[in-house]
Write a protein that binds this ligand. Sequence first.
Ligand code: ZN
Length: 133
Amino acid sequence: MSERSDTDDIVDAGFDEWLDAAETGDAYYLECANGHGSLPPRRVCPDCGATDLEEVALPKPGEIETFTITHVPTPAFEDDAPYATAIANFGPVRITGQVVGIDPEAVETGLEVELEITVSETTGERVIGFQTA
Ligand SMILES: [Zn+2]
């Protein structure tokens, strides 16, 4: 555990790198030898502890598995409400993101979506979004 700080740096870089890839349509997931899927910044398979993870192209589209609609957001997101936050199933992995470009009333379980990395106007940070496939 003496390399903790180095590992933390790599972990952060891993997620930024993943967002870069997702932004250009090259999203991927990490697969261990047993076929378990996970997403960066994981460096260890959450299912079996394997450390030999391989980058595999993310299947698309994904399918909305569950979602919640936020009608009363925090003041910082006032202008965005109502909006839907969904968990989409991409096969080996599930990804949580904000549904963008779709009327929240039209969001439903089973809807096919693709990743759409967006920038939060409030924080300026990139966030994972979904749009219809
Ligand atoms: Zn595994």
